[in-house]
Every structure is written in structure tokens, then in C-alpha cells.
Design a protein around this ligand. Structure first.
Ligand code: UDP
Length: 443
């Protein structure tokens, strides 16, 4: 890999040439200590541990709601076990429902590159992007759907299918008692008509659909519910961290904590606009001093990731203050530390589902600048819980403004944390699932 002084290899020795960087930075960056294999998953937090955050009465309410569902079985199905917001959420939701004695399993569909190329195309098309649906794409989608259907059983009381990739599994629905839910995490407000026409008949066979915002929903013949996505305050990504660990991670990645740090965490995906972030930072840097950290990886179901990463590295050029980290998917603690070390969090998405990275930044009390798209305005209320932007210039302006108005930035961060506490924590999500499953089973 060519060293441009801004890309930190995480799974190999850094290259020997380090341009004009100071020696200390060179040393720090030499051996980033991040494991190249997934570490053992930490034990999931117990329900009782949430009491300190949400209080006893809310916890009791969850136990009460779960009573009528005790012993029922649920299967969650999505397209990736690691990387991306859906996997992140399922990792916590599944054990918590289990602890409430609603037996919940989680399966991941398989597929070759051809399948994930097609589903990535569908994903972009459903977000309104240009796309021409071909018979071949439909055939690839159906072929892998069939292969997954042959492999899987659906005898549970509830089957919950997440997003379009596994939506075709509904072909396994029988006249039996199993209730099928389609949990759509993406924005369907303006889908490519051809792709939607292909998927709609599948979706309308479900017993209910769940969307993340009223604005994302479609006119459907089945009942719909609104669930905000959520984060787990006790997960590795969001729990409190010792200051010494935050410092260690920054040193490891060559991030200087004596200067402001502006961070965007997200997959290297065009819809996250990492190039726009680089441009905005270059503009703002004419007026204020800071480092930009762009940290992310490419989720297993996103073949475009490497191409976008290369584009971002080219755009960053040899600027030593732009630190690009290509992280493996098991970097929750490192991401948590980077977010906590940040002065400002950015999520300059052009299209977005809900934007869990925004929720994570707000929960950490960070002033957050984010694109006014998808579910972001539900979280970032402009000038109250953060700053909404619509352009590169707007983003540059807000970086400059917040770095030069620290009191205001601090207040945004405080408000943002409260907003998340009220609305977007995992326990609120568990509550919504319990209510929906009770409604579907008539108890
Ligand atoms: N994330 C991660 N590693 C990365 C990039 C993102 O663990 O390299 C996490 C991020 O912290 C967040 C989730 O993946 O929890 C991304 O969710 P979001 O809704 O922001 O975007 P998505 O990737 O689902 O479009």
C-alpha cells in the first residue's frame, strides 16, 4: 500500500516511508495494535444492568410485557453478521429478548458476490438511485433466495426478516401459525419503481412491516409499525471507557489529542459522502486547526467499499491531518474511543437509513454535524441537539463555527445525549418488539 501519511494499515506493518511527519507520530503509527481476527464476543449485558440508566419502573414494564410471550420463539434473519447497523442492533436485541424468556435466534443468509452485487444495486435503487433492473439481477436474487430457503427452517412463532436482501424468504410462509414481520431499516420514500415493483409482492405477503420513520414507509396492504432504531448504552461501542484506554487508542492510530479532532465513522460508501467530508475539512482548515479522522470499514455485503476507500485516500492526498482508518468489523472499542476522543462528530450522509453513528455520537455528548437526510433529522434537531447540513460548504461552516464556539458546542452535546436517552436506547426497542409480538399473537 502506498503511504500517503494518512492511511493506517491495521492488519500489517506500516510502510517505511512517512513523509514529513514528526518522529513521535511515526512511532505511534508503526504498530497499530488491533487484532486481525475477531476477539471473543464479550458476554452480553444483563437486563438488570440497565436499571442504572433507565430506572427500575421501565425495567419492570419490560418484564411485565414479556410475561404473555414467555416460551414463544422468534427467528431474526438478515444479510450480515458483522458490520452495519442492523447486525449491531441484533447483537443486543437477541440476547435481551432471550433473557425475557422470548426464545430468539438469529440467522444470516448466504450468497456469492453476484448476489451481494445485486442486493447492493437494489439497496441504492431503493434509496432512489439510478438503476436498470435486469432479468439477470432478478434471477440471481431468486436463485440465492431459493438456496437459503432450502437451507433454513421456519417453524418459529415469529419470523422477522430484516431489509430487502432476505425479503424473498417469505415464499416459505405457509398457512400455519407463524407470523412474519418485515423489518425495513432503509428509506423507501422514493424507491426506483422497477425494483420496488419486484419487491412489493413479497413484502405484502408479510403479516406486518416495520419502518424506522413514517417518512420511509410505503403505501402497503399490510399493517405497519414505526420503530426507531436504537443503540445499546452497555455495548462495547457505547459503554463508558477509561481515559487511559482512549489515550492508548489515539496514540495507536496517530491521533493527537492536544488538538481538536473531527471524526466521521462510517463504511466507505458513497452515500456516506466521505469525499464531501474531506472537501469540507479542507475548506474549514483555512480558518481553524484540527485533525480529521475518517474511520470505517466495508461491511461484508458491500463490494464497493474498497473502491470508495481508494478514492478517499486519493482525495486526502498527503495531508498528515487527515487520518483514514480502515478498521475490521470487530473494532467496537476502538470506535467508541475515537468517538469519545472527538471534539466534533460528523455524519455527512447523502442518503441514510437512521444513522446509528449519529446516535452513538450524541449519546457520548458530542456536538454532531450531520446531513439532513433519512432518520438523521429525528435525532439531530438543528441548533438544539446538533447541526444539520445540506452541502459541503454548510459542513465546513459548522465545523468552523462549533470549533470557535465551544460553549454552544457543549450545550448541543448535552442536549443530544438527553434526546438519545429519551428515545433511542435499546430498552425502548425491546419494549416496541414485545408490544408488536403481543399484537401479532393476540395476547
Ligand atoms: N460501524 C462499525 N465499523 C465501521 C463502520 C461503522 O462498527 O467500520 C458501525 C457504526 O459504529 C454503527 C454502525 O456500524 O454502529 C453503522 O450504522 P449506521 O446506521 O450509521 O449505518 P449503516 O452502515 O447501517 O448504513
Amino acid at each position: 500500500m502506498e503511504d500517503k501519511g494518512h492511511s493506517i494499515p491495521t492488519q500489517q506493518e506500516a510502510p517505511s516511508e512517512f513523509g514529513g511527519q514528526p518522529a513521535t507520530t511515526r512511532e505511534r503509527r508503526k504498530k497499530p495494535r488491533i487484532s486481525d481476527t475477531p476477539p471473543a464476543a464479550p458476554p452480553p449485558a444483563q437486563l438488570a444492568e440497565y436499571e442504572a440508566i433507565i430506572g427500575k419502573s421501565q425495567l419492570d414494564e419490560l418484564r411485565f410485557l414479556a410475561d404473555a410471550l414467555r416460551g414463544k420463539t422468534v427467528k431474526m434473519v438478515n444479510s450480515t453478521a458483522l458490520g452495519g447497523g442492523v447486525a449491531e442492533m441484533l447483537n443486543r436485541l437477541v440476547p435481551l429478548l432471550g433473557e425475557l424468556e422470548v426464545k430468539t435466534g438469529w440467522e444470516v443468509i448466504t450468497g456469492g458476490n453476484d448476489f451481494f452485487e445485486v442486493t447492493k444495486g437494489f439497496h441504492n435503487a431503493l434509496h432512489g438511485g439510478e438503476y436498470t433492473l435486469t432479468q439477470q439481477a432478478c434471477d440471481v436474487f431468486m436463485l440465492h433466495t431459493e438456496q437459503n430457503r432450502q437451507r433454513m427452517n421456519f417453524g418459529e412463532d415469529f419470523v422477522v426478516i430484516h431489509d430487502p436482501q432476505p425479503a424473498g424468504l417469505i415464499a416459505s410462509k405457509t398457512a400455519g401459525a407463524t407470523r412474519w414481520v418485515w423489518r425495513c431499516h432503509i428509506d423507501l420514500s422514493n424507491p426506483n419503481p422497477e425494483v420496488w415493483k419486484f419487491l412489493q409482492p413479497m413484502v405484502e405477503r408479510y403479516d406486518a412491516a416495520v419502518f424506522s420513520s413514517p417518512a420511509f414507509a410505503r403505501q402497503l396492504s399490510i399493517p405497519q409499525a414505526l420503530f426507531y432504531p436504537c443503540i445499546d448504552p452497555l455495548s462495547e461501542k457505547n459503554k463508558e471507557l477509561p481515559e487511559s484506554y482512549i489515550q492508548e487508542v489515539c496514540e495507536n492510530f496517530g491521533v493527537d489529542r492536544s488538538r481538536p479532532i473531527v471524526t466521521q465513522i462510517s463504511r466507505f460508501d458513497r452515500l456516506k459522502d466521505p469525499l464531501g467530508v474531506v472537501q469540507a475539512c479542507k475548506m474549514a482548515k483555512k480558518y481553524v486547526d484540527f485533525q480529521l479522522v475518517l474511520a470505517g470499514g466495508s461491511a461484508a455485503d458491500d463490494p464497493e467499499g474498497a473502491v470508495v476507500l481508494k478514492e478517499v485516500m486519493d482525495a486526502a492526498g498527503d495531508d498528515p491531518d487527515i487520518i483514514i482508518l480502515d478498521l475490521p468489523p470487530w473494532s467496537a472499542l476502538e470506535i467508541n474511543a475515537l468517538q469519545r476522543a472527538s471534539t466534533i462528530i460528523i455524519q455527512k450522509s447523502l442518503k441514510e437509513g437512521f444513522g446509528l453513528t449519529v446516535t452513538e455520537g450524541l449519546w457520548k455528548g458530542k456536538p454532531t454535524i450531520a446531513g439532513a437526510v433519512g432518520g438523521i433529522p429525528t435525532q439531530v434537531i438543528d441548533k438544539l441537539t446538533g447541526a444539520l447540513v445540506h452541502s459541503v460548504e454548510g459542513c465546513a461552516y459548522q465545523i468552523r463555527y462549533l470549533l470557535t464556539h465551544p460553549e454552544f458546542a457543549l450545550q448541543l452535546g448535552r442536549n443530544g445525549r438527553e434526546h438519545v436517552k429519551e428515545n433511542f436506547l435499546m430498552t425502548a426497542n425491546v419494549r416496541r418488539w414485545l408490544l408488536l409480538l403481543r399484537i401479532l399473537s393476540g395476547v
